[in-house]
Design a protein around this ligand. Structure first.
Ligand code: BG6
Ligand code: MG
Length: 226
């Protein structure tokens, strides 16, 4: 991290899938195809339970919904197939996929030397960040390859806070998943839910998307005592 960023006492942590880019829909499509190929289906409502959850835990949940058990070998090959499918969507991505309103927040943080990190459950996070030209913009990146405990455990965000040299209470987390909001709250951070109010009601603040977030709100977060 660059030295001048140490001056800010606040830091921001962003989830990736469903916050910066709409890859949540690619995950849903790929998992749904897997379920359909195995002969069952699941709903968009059930899919909320997969958001923020690791690849392995996601497949365990899906198989439970379909009342299915797989051998270890078949489990691993289904997981690999899902990821291949998912990556074929990711492959098409470029920086036009950054969700509306997100870039203005990053620009403000960079202009004002406020440190920010990625805190994602995905093992594909670095690949995606490179595709959308954001990889070098983050002061720290913590993803599914860096953690041993999945969200709602706060580990991913606590590691990010440590890398940003910021106390957890001074971190603000942007999340689209229930598990992620719970992880931020468990880490004593300020949680901002991006999505449906009914789903993300545990968050400190909720917005449907980043177009609803203005710079005044970011400034308010920077002044806020937790
Ligand atoms: C999270 C997504 O960001 O990453 C989950 O919300 C996904 O849906 C998880 O399962 C793991 O992602 P990946 O890319 O490692 O399979
Ligand atoms: Mg997410």
């Amino acid at each position: 991290m660059t030295q001048h960023k140490m001056n800010s006492d606040k830091a921001f942590i962003f989830d990736l899938d469903g916050v910066i880019v709409d890859t949540a829909k690619f995950h849903f499509l790929a998992w749904r195809k897997l379920a359909n190929d195995l002969g069952f289906d699941f709903t968009e409502e059930q899919n909320e339970q997969l958001k923020g959850v690791s690849r392995i835990e996601s497949l365990k949940k899906i198989l439970k919904w379909g009342n299915m058990e797989l051998s270890e070998e078949e489990f691993n090959s289904q997981m690999a197939r899902k990821n291949e499918n998912y990556l074929s969507c990711v492959d098409e991505m470029d920086n036009a996929e950054i969700l509306p309103g997100v870039s203005k927040v990053f620009e403000y943080l960079m202009e004002h030397n406020i440190p920010f990190a990625l805190g994602s459950a995905s093992k594909n996070a670095r690949t995606i960040l490179k595709k959308i030209d954001l990889y070098k913009k983050f002061d720290a990146i913590v993803d599914g390859t860096d953690v041993s405990k999945a969200k709602p455990d706060p580990e991913v965000f606590l590691i990010a806070a440590e890398k940003l040299n910021t106390a957890p209470e001074n971190c603000v987390v942007f999340e689209d998943s229930v598990a992620g909001v719970q992880a931020a709250n468990a880490g004593k951070m300020t949680s901002i839910g991006i999505g449906d109010q009914k789903v993300l009601h545990e968050a400190d603040y909720i917005f449907s998307d980043f177009t609803e977030i203005d710079i005044e709100f970011i400034k308010k977060l920077l002044r806020k005592e937790k």
